[in-house]
Design a protein around this ligand. Structure first.
Ligand code: 2ND
Ligand code: ZN
Length: 379
């Protein structure tokens, strides 16, 4: 695209430096999937963890990306053993949480919901409450620092239960216990096949009974039945990925996935329900390619879903494993599907509307931060 090209979107060039200036919102970002490689090395040395697969930051970064590039969610998840191993003390958790906020703020993120599974951080004797408190302290440190640097960011936390394990009720209780301290919701993650959302129905019912929010990783490695359970039986507020909802959408043969509109599309009951109820899709393009949920960015249903007016949001999932940032995800989508600032603004407003903070707080960020931020870029 060049400035003379009539297809070039208006405003500043859509390059990474400009995209990083745009206000962005991330709803799906794992704390244990976003460590800095140098921090993994330092913490491993501090806690005496000898099993890292590389001993310099650059090689370690490459190892995470390549190992996660596996085409299988199960193999992708194996890489987390190394990050979780070095996140077993309050000081390590607080540092990782602080650096997470620093990295998000430096990338122009203005609101983030960051998740992790407290039950995976008990190996050296911390309690679930101590884990949550250490992470929240790190987020508060990061927010204060960003504020002082004139780059304010609001970071809230989701606590995740591992879907193959049996602690979801406890984790849901933890979410409710810390709801006034920065935990805004609950989630389940891990290997999807064989661990359907209804395995954790009690935990979701507990959240609903307490008027509390949750999202569910569904429709990533496993398809429509998982999405159906998450919505129909569990009553999820959002879908973690949900990308396989595309399997309930019939496109005429030969449809160009990068088109601006789609004729002759048919939606099944599940796809209609997701769209009718405006259930947010936490799409994570790079991660979806790495786990084999989709074959490539070009074949990612993001554009089809966006043009069909599903409530799509753009997310990082795991910045370390995908070697990504919010800006890079936006950039990759723009390169593939020709998006401009107005599209980015729409995806960002979609995300902000879908956040688990209160309505007035969401509205304030949309009106006071997101809209003015994009107005500057559009010019
Ligand atoms: O995209 C994902 N799908 C399922 N599970 C995931 C994904 N990304 C991270 N996880 C797992 C691995 C982490 O250890 C855990 C908590 O953040 O969540
Ligand atoms: Zn995830």
């Amino acid at each position: 695209m060049t400035p003379d090209d009539p297809t070039t979107p208006p405003g500043r060039p859509l390059d990474l430096p400009n995209i990083s200036l745009a206000p962005k919102v991330v709803l799906h970002d794992h704390l244990d999937g976003g460590l800095r490689p140098a921090t993994v090395l330092e913490l491993a040395r501090e806690v005496g963890y000898p099993d890292l697969p590389a001993d310099d930051a650059e090689s370690l970064a490459r190892w995470f990306r390549d190992a996660a590039d596996s085409g299988s969610l199960e193999r992708y998840l194996e890489t987390f053993a190394h990050t979780v191993a070095v996140m077993q003390t309050p000081s390590a958790l607080r540092r990782v949480a602080l650096e997470c906020v620093r990295d998000l703020a430096a990338d122009g993120v203005v609101y983030a919901e960051v998740r992790y599974a407290p039950e995976q951080h008990l190996a050296r004797g911390m309690t679930l409450d101590e884990v949550v408190e250490a992470v929240l302290a790190g987020f508060r440190d990061g927010e204060a620092e960003a504020e002082a640097q004139g780059r304010p960011i609001l970071v809230r936390c989701l606590v995740t239960a591992m879907r193959h394990a049996a602690r979801s009720q406890e984790i849901a209780e933890l979410a409710v216990r810390y709801r006034d301290d920065g935990v805004v919701g609950f989630d389940i993650a891990g290997a999807e096949a064989g661990n359907p959302p209804t395995r954790h129905l009690d935990a979701f019912e507990f959240m609903r009974a307490n008027n509390a929010h949750f999202t569910i990783h569904a429709g990533e490695a496993f398809g429509l039945p998982s999405i159906h359970e998450a919505i129909a039986f569990c009553g999820t507020d959002r879908l973690g990925h949900g990308v396989r909802v595309i399997d309930d959408i019939t496109l005429p043969p030969g449809t160009d996935l990068a088109a601006e509109s789609f004729d002759g599309v048919e939606l099944g009951q599940i796809a209609n329900m997701v769209r009718d109820k405006r259930i947010p899709l936490e799409l994570c393009p790079s991660s979806n390619v790495q786990t084999g949920a989709v074959a490539s960015i070009a074949e990612h249903p993001f554009n089809v879903l966006a043009r069909l007016r599903f409530r799509v949001t753009v997310n990082t999932d795991n910045r370390l494993m995908s070697d990504t940032t919010m800006s890079k995800e936006f950039y990759r989508l723009a390169q593939q599907f020709g998006y401009g600032w107005a599209d980015f603004e729409r995806f960002t407003v979609n995300a902000m509307k879908s956040a688990f903070i209160h309505f007035d707080e969401r509205l304030a960020l949309i009106d006071d931060v997101i809209k003015p931020g994009y107005a500057v870029l559009v010019g």
